[in-house]
Design a protein around this ligand. Structure first.
Ligand SMILES: [Zn+2]
Ligand SMILES: [Zn+2]
Length: 188
């Protein structure tokens, strides 16, 4: 699993979360099934708010002290709060996801990181050109309407399509799910 294949197309800015997030049900499964539990890459990425296996909202606050754990904390053991040492895999207060947009986004990002690399690395010029044509055809080049449809601030959409700024992972996932296409289909 890697993001390197997409490095010419996805901005490194705001790629990773600042604070740790987790699915208590996955932690429970891992602790009962595997001798060495691991932290999925998917949970570390911005834009992923839902567990794609259990369809529940990812937790990001300790259930006991309510604090957050920074990702790159030096003594941050998996599945335990760095502030109070509590086990964070408690699944009693889980919120089932009602909003399919968040699940679609998490699934889209999941497919990106497990994508089997084929051919040359895609680049952002092709992506921006193709999405630009889609906006022209479906939104009569109205970036404001398009930004509302994909739920991304208009300023960010203008920066990408008028100034050629490399888009963030979450924005790319929103565009892909809106166009019902994979990033590879759009950028190839
Ligand atoms: Zn899960
Ligand atoms: Zn705590």
């Amino acid at each position: 699993m890697t993001m390197i294949y997409w490095c010419n197309i996805i901005s490194a800015k705001k790629l990773f979360r600042e604070f740790r997030a987790w699915c208590p049900l996955c932690i429970h499964d891992q602790l009962t099934k595997y001798p060495l539990p691991y932290e999925p890459l998917l949970w570390t990425l911005e834009g992923v708010r839902v567990c794609t296996i259990h369809n529940v909202k990812l937790e990001d606050h300790c259930p006991i002290c309510k604090k957050q754990t920074p990702y790159f904390h030096c003594k941050s053991p998996y599945a335990f709060c760095v502030n109070c040492n509590a086990f964070v895999g408690d699944s009693r207060n889980l919120i089932a996801v009602q909003n399919n947009n968040d699940l679609d986004l998490s699934n889209c990002i999941g497919r990106l990181i497990t994508y089997e690399k084929k051919g040359a690395q895609p680049n952002s010029t092709t992506f921006i050109e193709k999405v630009g044509r889609y906006i022209k055809k479906n939104y009569k080049s109205n970036l404001s309407e398009f930004s509302k449809a994909i739920r991304v601030p208009e300023r960010e959409v203008i920066n990408i399509f008028c100034e050629g700024q490399t888009p963030r992972l979450e924005t790319i996932a929103k565009i892909c799910t809106h166009m019902k296409k994979s990033l590879h289909q759009i950028a190839k």
